[in-house]
Design a binder for this molecule. Sequence first.
Ligand code: AMP
Length: 395
Amino acid sequence: MAKKTIADIDVTNRKVLMRVDFNVPLRDGMITDDRRIRMALESIESVLSGGGSVILMSHLGRPKGTGPEPSLSLAPIAQRLSELLNCPVAFATDAAGDDARAKVAALPSGGVVLLENLRFQKAEKKGDADFAAALANLGDIYCNNAFGTCHREHASMVAVPRQMKADGKPAVCGFLVQKEIRYLSEVISSPERPFLAILGGAKVSDKIVVIDNLLEICDAILIGGAMAYTFALARGHAVGNSLVEPDFVDQARGMLERGSDKIMLPIDHHCGDRFASDATKQVVENNIPNGFQGLDIGPKTQEIFAARIRDAKTVVWNGPMGVFELPPFDAGTRAVAEAVAAADATSIIGGGDSAAAIQELGLADQVSHVSTGGGASLEMLEGKSFASFELLDDR
Ligand code: AMP
C-alpha cells in the first residue's frame, strides 16, 4: 500500500518532526562525507517552502547511551546543514528535554531545529514510551525520512509515530524513504525481466535469507566475493586458503540444488598467496591450490557476468566481487559496476560496500538507485517489511 509523503499534507504553520539519518562519518569533529545530509534536503525544503517548520532528530555513531559524548554530538551537523540550506539551523543540546522544548517553542514558521543525538540515552534503542511521548509532543506531523534505520524498532522510528497517530496527528514518509521503498520493494516485487541479482561480500551466513527470497523472484543470481568459496566447497571444489564458512556448506549445497538453474558461480579466480596487494598472484579455474586464496573473480567470470548483466532488464547488486579495497583485487567489482552502469535496465545498488564502490568509481549517477541503508536494504531484499514504514498513513 502506498504511503502518504510529506507532499501529500498541508504543513502550513505546522511543526514537522522529521526522523533523518544524519549518521555521517566524522574525523576530528569534521564531516568527511555529507551525502546523508544532502539526501534529506529535498524533504526539509519541501516543508519550509510549504510554510511549515522542521524539527530534525537523528542518531550519530554508537554512543554508550549513558549521557552526552562530545565527540558524537550532532552540533557540527547543524552547522553543515545550515550551510546547505542557506538558512539558520538552531541546535538543541538535548533530544527531548528542557532545551529541546525551549528551542521548539521559539521556532519561527519556516525555522529549522536539530535535536541532539537520540542515542545519548538508552531510551531510544529500547523504544521507551516516556521518551517517545516527550518527542511526540514536540511536533504536529511525524515524517520518517531515515531509511538507514527503518529496520530498527527504536523509539524515534516506531513508538514516536505510534504515539503521534494516537494523538490524531499525521505520520508520513519523506522523499528519501519513498524512493528507497519504491526501488527495494515495489520494483523488486514486480520486476521487468530478466531480473538478475548479483551478490558478493564476505559471508554466505549474512545473505542466506536474501538468497532464499531472491531464488523465488529472480531469473538468475550471480555470486562472487568470498561467499562464492563456501558454494565452491559445496560443489566439491578445492578452495585452498580462501575465506569459507564450513558450517554453512550444507545450506549452500541445498541452495545450489534448489537453484540449480539460477545460481551462477565464478569459473575462475584471481588468487594470492596472502591477503596483500603485493602477494604472489595467479588466475586459476575451478580448483584453488593449497597455499593460495581466492581474492577476486577471474577475467573469464568477469566477462560472463558482464554479458548476463547486459541482457538484464532489472538488476540488483549487493556486495563486492572480491577484496576491492586491495588493488588489483578490485578488478572484478569494477567490471561488475561498469556493466551495471552500462546496462539498459533498472539498476539498484544495495547500501554498504557496493554503494561505496559505485560511488568511488564515479558511476553512481548512471544507475537507477543507490541505497543509503546497508542493513535496511539487505532486510528489504530478504522480503521483510518494516513496522516503521507500515504504520505510516496510507494514501
Ligand atoms: P560484506 O560486508 O559481507 O558485504 O563483505 C564485504 C567485505 O568482503 C569487503 O571488505 C571485502 O574485502 C570482503 N571480501 C570480498 N571478497 C573477498 C574474498 N575473496 N576474500 C576475502 N574477503 C573478501
